[in-house]
Design a protein around this ligand. Sequence first.
Ligand code: HEM
Length: 119
Amino acid sequence: MSNKFMPKTPVDLAPPSDTPISMAELAKCDGIKGTVFDVSHNHNAYGVGKGYHVFVGRDASRALGKSSLKPEDTALDVSWDYSTLTEKQLKVLDDWYTFFSNRYNIVGRVSDLPSAKRE
Ligand code: HEM
């Protein structure tokens, strides 16, 4: 499969896992729409003190959909909630999902998101 979201160098991915992962266990991973991606090998982007660390340890659906790094979208208590996103932002969120799927292993599903709005 080839599309504009494919990484430049191929990434070897394991089969997606549906292991339940609690929000407390999420650290070191990045969730999107309840799916947990292991981004721990990309320290340059997601390490402590790096620009995209705000997406780590949470379901970052809202911030990714809104292309936002702001606390009001990345804070733990709201970052999982994408129910307020516009159609356009939901498309952006789906594109990020594809982007992450092509690069990072899916290690589980968030088991205790506050909202029932999951897919
Ligand atoms: C001045 C604004 C920004 C600049 C200059 C910038 C720059 C970059 C660069 C150079 C990359 C690496 C691309 C690559 O690996 O090929 C990247 C990746 C990324 N950017 Fe930004 N960015 C900006 C804003 C944002 C914003 C607002 C978001 C919020 C959603 C965002 C989210 C991401 C994410 C999630 C990645 C993927 C990291 C990965 O897993 O490889 N960026 N950005």
